[in-house]
Design a protein around this ligand. Sequence first.
Ligand code: I24
Ligand code: DGL
Length: 270
Amino acid sequence: MDNRPIGLLDSGVGGLTVVKEVLRQLPNESTVFIGDQARLPYGTRQPEQIVRFTRQLVHFLQAQNVKMIVIACNTATATALPILKQELNIPIIGVIDSGSRAAVQVNKNQKIAVIATPATIKAHAYQQALLKLAPTAQIKGLATPEFVTMVERNQYQSSSSQEIVTQILQPLRTFSMDTLILGCTHFPLLGPLIQQAVGSNVHLIDAGAAAVQAVHTQLQQLNLAAVQPELIQHQYYTTGDPRQFEEIANDWLAPQHIHARHIDVEELKS
Ligand code: I24
Ligand code: DGL
């Protein structure tokens, strides 16, 4: 048993979709979350930069004495996880392997599609993970950066967004997959609109939720699960404006009350 917190990182606040799953699936665990809002978005950046930023966030979490690190960001997982894994001596887990496993488990027609940021699609990380698990499957990746913007503009609930979502997913129409991976932190919020666009016979895979199941399994296997903790604590850090972080986090994680602390990017570099 180990009552130290799990560390989670993201390019911004989107990773709170993964935090929400931790709160739901692993209620005994404490967490430390850091969102790099000052340098968001990662999805349109070059790989070298994403690796450098992610490494800084990982070092910050290590200094908080976490027992395990979860890269909640798909873009950071796709570009930086393979490199950072080799540099670390604590368990580190991303959102891509587990999302791929969940997809292969439900997939029947050998066609799996992935929607994600441009950087995640370019890295071919889902492609590689999926083909390792299902070598004969056909995989199609589609970058949908507009979906990130739509969520951040609060357009994820309005029915007027349906037409746009359907339009953007048009390139998947002829592919006729039965499984679609939501390969970006923000996309679960568009779940209902995406489901409506692709039809009810397509399985949507929430990569973040699948990752938290994998975290659960790893904690058990490594004997790192928290047991009867006296105090469960959730700490939040952002490189951006903590009040703006709190506003989104309090809405998303209600009824939890979130207090966020600012951490300067200059401090992360040292
Ligand atoms: N959702 C996300 N990021 C934002 C946002 C959002 N603004 C509104 N909503 N902004 O990510 C990112 C950039 N900002 C952050 C604040 O400082 C300035 C820069 C997705 C979060 C998913 C948990 C929409 C919104 C919300 C509350 C809850 C959920 C949500 F306002 F999607
Ligand atoms: N968190 C990112 C992801 O999951 C989306 C936002 C960004 O581009 O930084 O890919």
